[in-house]
Ligand binder design. Sequence first.
Ligand SMILES: [Zn+2]
Length: 43
Amino acid sequence: MDDEGGKTTPNISIICESCGSKFSISMNIRSTKCPICEHRISM
Ligand SMILES: [Zn+2]
């Protein structure tokens, strides 16, 4: 399954503070845009 060397980047779930949508992004991303409303979210 996911057990081949630990090189996978874990995902985290975040909730858009603008529209309340929940989605997951890669943990090493510092900021992203909400895929629903395009609100900018920074970690
Ligand atoms: Zn949003």
